[in-house]
Design a protein around this ligand. Structure first.
Ligand code: DI6
Ligand code: FE
Length: 415
């Protein structure tokens, strides 16, 4: 693991118990974690210059003693709708008191209530509403965060959401990946005219947002209550023409053939997947599309149909895990809780879960230089007061994060 060019590092993070998550899927034994119980990481220019046993560490200008804490790659939350305004706990309470979805929809509730609040908020207010949720994620060791648009549904409001996402990345020690999700829901001004909305999205909205540099990837909600297979395909064609990678909310509530569609477009990921078919699994395996598992939405909606994990494993599809943080179906700002849910509800192994929020989540974002500890990777780590890596998925409500390193710079745990 040595690097001949690493003779003088900026910082050496030493006296750490490493889980590098570098290389191999692992079989559930300790080795899949890439463990070195007496390790060190050398950083130069914001990148990892060297990783290995402490006794062989190269010289550095500064030394940071990690005090025997566990050091993992910084966590990656690869699917969130965390920028939004408003609050829907009132609807949730009404439903628990017997109100139906129709009652709530008739009262203007559901996703459209978040769209109204997000449209009405100033850019500064939208940022202020979102920051506490984002800080909660970062306090648990998240160093890379995907943020979707999709509560604006018109050019100005989608641009506002994406600018807020970019500002988050400038304000806080986190690498933000933006995703345009204009095809999330049909805005009321296009009621009954979904194809006209997709025309506008493809012809005006997406090209304009891409030209402003606000879009890193393009997503859609392909569902009976969202957009059709054909409408999604039109969005993907424009994305590919603009050189943008695609991903998809696929097979969450029904099988629309979305996973195979996004795989055919060389998609980064297909997300949710409770209704994924064998054909979808095969298409994802062939294209190298990551399966992003969202146990928070499954839990919150009290779903019972699990994603076909045995088939995904057998086909060698990489598994990622994310919060899906959103006000309607997964009001969750804890990636560690998502790990526990993935293991408890779906029987992922702790190693699969941890790979799902590091190396495979980075892959789901097209960020191959994040999510593992190896020379050349971004120097993004998290430090943990735990007995072994499985504790990250095991404990419920604990936050053992003691600090993060973002692009080589040490930060005390955010609170
Ligand atoms: N799938 C969902 O379940 C959420 N979005 C999506 O694409 C719902 C988002 C919301 O209700 O606000
Ligand atoms: Fe989502």
């Amino acid at each position: 693991m040595s690097d001949a060019g690493a003779s003088r590092a900026d910082v050496l993070y030493t006296n750490a118990r490493l889980a590098t998550l570098d290389g191999g899927g692992g079989g559930g034994g300790g080795d899949g974690y890439g463990i070195d119980e007496d390790g060190a990481v050398a950083v130069r220019g914001g990148r990892i210059a060297w990783v290995g046993p402490r006794a062989e560490a190269p010289p550095a200008q500064r030394v940071h003693d990690c005090g025997g804490l566990w050091l993992t790659p910084g966590l990656v939350d690869c699917h969130t709708h965390i920028v939004y305004a408003g609050n829907r706990s009132d609807e949730w309470e009404a439903r628990l008191n017997g109100a139906t979805y129709e009652d709530i929809a008739r009262a203007g509730g559901g996703i459209m209530s978040t769209v109204r609040a997000t449209r009405a908020a100033s850019e500064d207010d939208l940022l202020a509403a979102s920051l506490p949720r984002i800080r909660a994620l970062l306090a648990e060791g998240v160093t890379t965060l995907e943020i979707k648009s999709g509560y604006g549904l018109d050019l100005a409001s989608e641009a506002k959401m994406l600018r807020v996402a970019r500002r988050v990345g400038a304000l806080l020690p986190v690498d933000v990946c933006t995703t345009f999700l204009g095809a999330h829901a049909l805005p009321p001004e296009y009621a009954g005219r979904a194809d006209d909305y997709i025309d506008m999205l493809c012809g005006e909205m997406l090209p304009a947002l891409a030209a402003q540099g606000l879009v890193d990837a393009v997503d859609a909600f392909c569902e009976r209550i969202g957009f059709s297979h054909d409408q999604t395909a039109r969005v993907f064609d424009v994305a590919r023409r603009l050189g943008l990678p695609v991903k998809l909310h696929a097979e969450q509530l029904s099988d629309q053939g979305g996973a195979a569609l996004v795989a055919r477009h060389g998609g980064l990921s297909a997300d949710h997947l409770e209704w994924l078919s064998p054909e979808g699994v095969a298409a994802m395996a062939q294209a190298g599309t990551v399966a992003v598992l969202l146990p928070g939405a499954y839990y919150f909606l009290r779903e019972t149909r699990m994603p076909p994990l045995a088939q995904l494993r057998a086909a060698g599809v990489p598994l990622a895990v994310a919060t899906d943080c959103n006000p309607g179906t997964s009001p969750m700002t804890s990636l560690l809780l998502a790990l526990n849910m993935a293991c408890t509800l779906w029987r992922l192994t702790p190693l699969e879960a941890l790979r799902g929020v590091t190396v495979n989540a980075a892959r789901a974002l097209g960020r191959a230089d994040a999510g593992s500890l190896a020379p050349g990777q971004r120097a993004d780590f998290a430090l943990w007061d735990i007995a072994r890596p499985a504790d990250l998925a095991y404990a419920i409500g604990a936050n053992p994060c003691r600090g993060v390193v973002n692009a080589g710079v040490w930060r005390d745990r955010l609170s």
